[in-house]
Write a protein that binds this ligand. Structure first.
Ligand code: ATP
Ligand code: NAG
Ligand code: NAG
Length: 423
């Protein structure tokens, strides 16, 4: 036991030193470049913005400041850096990563070049996939000079991309239903893109949360170095069988047509996405009337009965249903008749906590005044609600529920609804 823990200590220290070396490498290279270039050219103009469309190259790289390591995998080490007034992510070769440390019997420079080419390939693919749910590429620098271990006599390979945040389960589970629904819609759009991409049908061999990042509440594909472009080849339908995750049971089969398994990538991506995302994102916390439909969708997806296209359609329909209150019954829609509307008025205070929101206020988005009325009628404490001039991404309006109407005052941007026979 003692030797085991000592071993793990050594490994930890070793890995730490490797990471440190990696950072030093990048900083030294970037720093070295800056001083070297000082005489020949003025500092790059800080006028660059992510939207400027100007592609960054080896010349601009040294001007990326405040580099901090934010993530690493088998191939890449990813840094956050500050450039021209924005934060960006800089992907470099992870010199202590699996791909480099497994480089036995080969020159380090050969392995480094292979990793650098992977980076470049990834940049090319990300650029070709260009989509609102794919990380933007801002530039790349893959110097032709020979790499050697130790302090760099040559440059480091780097790709500059849009900065995101890792997808953390705990944070996802703490999100409200509407924010999670956004991510589910994003998953659907990413699946649709991969199934019909300019590269052909793309399969994510390794469909994990680590392949994605969050940017302003949207899910974006960020790691595409482990994808397969094109459907697998086949000679009979037997070659187009799709197994479950344990690889023991046959889930489904796609057609072998013209030597290719048609729709294989679309279906397999959808199954993986169901297991890694939808299960967490969809089923709970929304209107009770949508729960059964959501659970059904996730189940169908996991069983391989919904390819990317169908999943995409189903998710968009679910989001539309939610945004329009398609799940409300006639009786629920009638509740509004028991309310008196006072445009340009609001209620001061009179808040109460409720299950639907954190804190002392009862705040929720609604698809219509009728839905707010129906919700208010179901809460014994509720005697009024105020609609705010605020809409969520689905187009639903924010409502604040009130337990009384003690202090009604004028407020141009609010609309007050008071329950009859109350307040
Ligand atoms: N654009 C980005 N913004 C913020 N963090 C990112 C970005 N891209 C990647 N990361 C973080 O860096 C980590 C490693 O990046 P990436 O997955 O691209 O490396 P990798 O070597 O290809 O990993 P692996 O091959 O092991 O999946 C990711 O898990 C993610 O947390
Ligand atoms: C970058 O780092 C420097 C020095 O550590 C610090 O003064 C500066 O505020 C940082 N810039 C940003 C944008 O965080
Ligand atoms: C919305 O979802 C509910 C529950 O699944 C369903 O009964 C209803 O028909 C859907 N409405 C629309 C407009 O899609």
């Amino acid at each position: 036991m003692a030797s085991l823990s000592r071993l793990s200590l050594y490994v930890t220290v070793y890995l730490f030193l490797c990471l440190l070396a990696n950072l030093t490498l990048v900083v030294m290279f970037l720093g070295g470049h800056t001083t070297h270039q000082h005489h020949t050219r003025p500092a790059p103009t800080p006028a660059w913005t992510p939207a400027s469309g100007h592609s960054l190259g080896c010349d601009e790289l040294p001007a990326i400041a405040n580099l901090t390591l934010i993530g690493s995998g088998w191939t890449k080490a990813v840094y956050r850096g500050w450039y021209g007034g924005s934060w960006v992510a800089v992907k470099t070769v992870h010199t202590a990563g699996h791909d480099m440390s497994e480089c036995r019997g080969e020159e380090a420079s050969v392995c480094y070049r292979r990793c650098a080419n992977k980076l470049r390939q990834e940049a090319r693919w990300l650029t070709k996939l260009s989509h609102a749910n794919v990380i933007k590429v801002f530039g790349e620098c893959v110097p032709e000079v020979e790499y050697s271990a130790g302090p760099p006599r040559s440059g480091v390979a780097a790709v500059v991309v849009e900065l995101g945040q890792p997808v953390r389960i705990v944070e996802v589970l703490q999100m409200g239903y509407e924010a999670r629904l956004k991510l589910a819609v994003d998953v659907g759009r990413i699946l649709q893109l991969l199934a019909h991409s300019p590269l052909g049908p793309v399969l994510m061999k390794d469909f994990r949360r680590e392949q994605f990042v969050l940017v302003d509440g949207s899910l974006k594909l960020s790691d595409v170095d482990d994808v397969v472009v094109g459907e697998p080849a086949c000679s009979t339908a037997q070659d187009c069988v799709i197994h479950d995750t344990t690889k023991e049971h046959v889930l489904t089969t796609v057609a072998c047509d013209g030597g290719l398994c048609h729709g294989h990538n679309s279906l397999l991506n959808s199954i993986y996405a169901g297991q890694h995302f939808m299960r967490l994102l969809l089923p709970y916390g929304g209107p009770a009337a949508l729960e059964a439909a959501s659970l059904h969708l996730v189940e169908q997806q996991s069983l391989g009965r919904l390819d990317s296209e169908h999943l995409h359609t189903a998710i968009e329909a679910l989001a539309l249903n939610y945004s329009m209150g398609g799940y409300l019954t006639q009786a629920e829609k009638q509740e509004i008749q028991n309310f008196v509307v006072l445009p340009g008025s609001t209620v001061e205070g009179e808040d109460f906590p409720c299950l639907r929101s954190d804190g002392a206020q009862c705040v929720q988005s609604v698809s219509s005044p009728a839905e707010a009325a129906s919700l208010c009628s179901q809460l014994p404490a509720c005697s009024a609600f105020v609609l705010l001039q605020h809409w969520t991404w689905t187009g639903r309006q924010t409502a604040v529920f009130k337990k009384g109407t003690g202090k009604v005052r004028e407020e141009r941007r609010h609309t007050l609804y008071v329950r009859r026979g109350q307040g």
